[in-house]
Design a protein around this ligand. Structure first.
Ligand SMILES: Cc1cc2nc3c(=O)[nH]c(=O)nc-3n(C[C@H](O)[C@H](O)[C@H](O)COP(=O)(O)OP(=O)(O)OC[C@H]3O[C@@H](n4cnc5c(N)ncnc54)[C@H](O)[C@@H]3O)c2cc1C
Length: 386
C-alpha cells in the first residue's frame, strides 16, 4: 500500500492548483458581484485550458483527451473545487457519457466537445421527478422514422452556454410485479432545434454565476440518429457513465474544504481576543483539529473510490460513502470556519459566507445524501435478505 503521489500525479496537482490560483481566483469577486461570467473571461479560461492540455482531460487519448485515470481526474477535480464553479465550468470536462456516441455522432458531438468547440449539458431532472428519475413525465413517441419529444426539464446546469443537450426521456412503460416501470432513452438535442426552448431557471444561493435553466419540449421532432445508446437503454448508459460523476462532487468538496480550512487556521492564529490569539482557546483549537481530521478522512475515502474504479473493482458503495461524507464534511467545515470568523464570517469582505452558501448544494445534486445512504445500506442489507 502506498499513499503518496507519483511525480506525474504531483505535477498534475501543482499545474491545476497554479491554474486555479492564477486564472480562476482573480475573477471570483466579479462573478459573485454580478452573477455572470463575462464571455471574454470564459473564452480565455477555455483557451488556456486547451493550451495546457487539460481540456476534456477525463476523455481517453484515442478521442483527443488527456487520458487521465479516475484517480488522476479526481486530483484535477480536487484542485478545481478550490475555485468558483461558474468559472471552472470553462476548464471543460464534457460528460463522459458522450463516449456512447456511435457513427457520425462522434463527429457531431463527441469530438467537437473534446476539442472545446461545442459545450454539452445533461438533462434528467424534472419538476416532478428528482430523486425518482424513473418518475419522469417527459416523453418521446415514435412517429414515422422520427421521435417527437414533449415535456420539460428543470435545474439543468450549464444550459445557458450549452450547444447541445443529452436529454433523458421516457419512451415506454413496462408492467412489473412492483408496478409500472418507465423505459428511458437518451437523446442528443441541438440548441435551436424547432420545438425546443431553453429558458432562464431559478436563482440558487449556491455557486453564483453557475446557472441552471428550464428546458421545454413542445412537439420537438428529432431524427432517429439523435438517440444516444440504445432505444430504452437510457438507464444502461446512465449507469455505465454517470455513476462516477458522484466522485467529482466529493473530490471538489475536499478541495473547497481545504481552501476554507486555510482561512480558519490563519484567522485562529491571527485574531486576538482577551489578549491572545483565539486559537489558544480550546473551543476554537479543537474545531481546527476536527476539521482537518474530517478533511483528510474525506480525501482518503474519495481517492480510494476513484482508485477502485481504476482497478475495475466494485465501487458503488464506496462512491456513495465518499459523496455523502465529503459533502457533509464540507458543510461542517464551512460552518465552523464561519463561526471562527465570528460576525466577519457573515460579511462579504471575506469569501467564507460564499463557501458556506456554496456548500449547501453539494448534499443535494448528483443524488441527495438520503439517496446515497439508501445506496450504501441497500448494498449491505440486500445480500442478507433485508
Ligand atoms: C443547482 C442545481 C443544479 C442541478 N443540475 C442538474 C443538471 O445539470 N442536470 C440534472 O438532470 N439535474 C440537475 N440537478 C438536479 C438534482 O440532481 C436534483 O435536485 C436532485 O437529484 C434531487 O431532486 P429534487 O431536488 O427534485 O428533490 P426530491 O427528489 O424531491 O427530494 C426531496 C427530499 O426528499 C428526499 N427523498 C426523496 N426520495 C427519497 C428516498 N427514497 N428516501 C429518502 N429520502 C428521499 C430527498 O433526499 C430530499 O431530501 C440540479 C439541482 C440543483 C439544485
Amino acid at each position: 500500500m502506498h499513499f503518496g503521489l507519483t511525480d506525474e500525479q504531483q505535477m498534475i496537482v501543482d499545474t491545476v492548483r497554479t491554474f486555479v490560483e492564477n486564472e480562476i481566483y482573480p475573477h471570483e469577486d466579479l462573478v459573485e458581484r454580478t452573477g455572470e461570467v463575462p464571455k471574454e473571461v470564459a473564452d480565455e479560461i477555455k483557451r488556456k485550458t486547451i493550451e495546457l492540455g487539460f481540456y476534456a482531460c477525463n476523455f481517453p487519448e484515442s478521442v483527443g483527451g488527456a487520458g487521465l485515470s479516475h484517480l488522476e481526474f479526481a486530483l484535477v477535480e480536487r484542485e478545481l473545487g478550490r475555485g468558483s464553479m461558474a468559472l471552472n465550468h470553462f476548464f471543460g470536462r464534457p460528460q463522459n457519457i458522450l463516449m456512447a456516441c456511435e457513427g457520425d455522432q462522434k463527429d457531431r458531438y463527441l469530438l467537437p466537445a473534446v476539442r472545446g468547440e461545442r459545450m454539452d449539458a445533461l438533462a434528467m431532472t424534472e419538476p416532478d421527478a428528482g430523486s425518482d428519475v424513473r418518475g419522469m413525465k417527459c416523453t418521446a413517441v415514435r412517429q414515422g422514422g422520427d421521435w417527437v419529444l414533449n415535456g420539460s426539464k428543470h435545474f439543468i446546469s450549464g444550459a445557458d452556454h450549452a450547444d447541445f443537450f443529452i436529454v433523458f426521456v421516457a419512451t415506454g412503460v413496462d408492467e412489473t410485479t412492483r408496478g409500472p416501470k418507465k423505459r428511458i432513452t437518451a437523446f442528443l438535442v441541438d440548441r435551436g432545434t424547432p420545438g425546443f426552448e431553453v429558458r432562464e431557471g431559478y436563482k440558487s444561493v449556491s455557486h453564483r454565476g453557475y446557472k441552471n435553466c428550464v428546458l421545454n419540449f413542445d412537439d420537438c421532432r428529432l431524427s432517429h440518429a439523435q438517440v444516444l445508446g440504445e432505444v430504452d437503454g437510457g438507464f444502461a448508459v446512465m449507469n455505465e457513465w454517470l455513476y462516477a460523476t458522484r466522485i467529482t462532487v466529493a473530490t471538489m468538496s475536499v478541495g473547497r474544504a481545504r481552501r476554507c480550512f486555510d482561512y480558519a487556521l490563519s484567522y485562529a492564529a491571527e485574531r486576538k481576543q482577551f489578549g491572545q490569539p483565539i486559537g489558544k482557546f480550546q473551543g476554537v483549537s479543537f474545531q481546527i483539529a476536527d476539521m482537518i481530521t474530517e478533511i483528510d478522512a474525506a480525501d482518503l475515502l474519495t481517492l480510494n473510490a476513484a482508485w477502485r474504479l481504476d482497478q475495475g473493482l466494485p465501487a458503488n458503495r464506496e462512491i456513495a460513502s465518499a459523496k455523502v461524507y465529503a459533502t457533509e464534511m464540507l458543510a461542517r467545515v464551512t460552518d465552523a470556519t464561519l463561526q471562527i470568523y465570528g460576525g466577519m464570517g457573515l460579511m462579504n469582505d471575506f469569501p467564507i459566507e460564499r463557501f458556506w452558501r456554496d456548500a449547501r448544494v453539494e448534499r443535494i445534486w448528483d443524488g441527495t445524501s438520503e439517496i446515497q445512504r439508501h445506496i450504501i445500506s441497500r448494498e449491505l442489507l440486500r445480500p442478507l435478505g433485508a
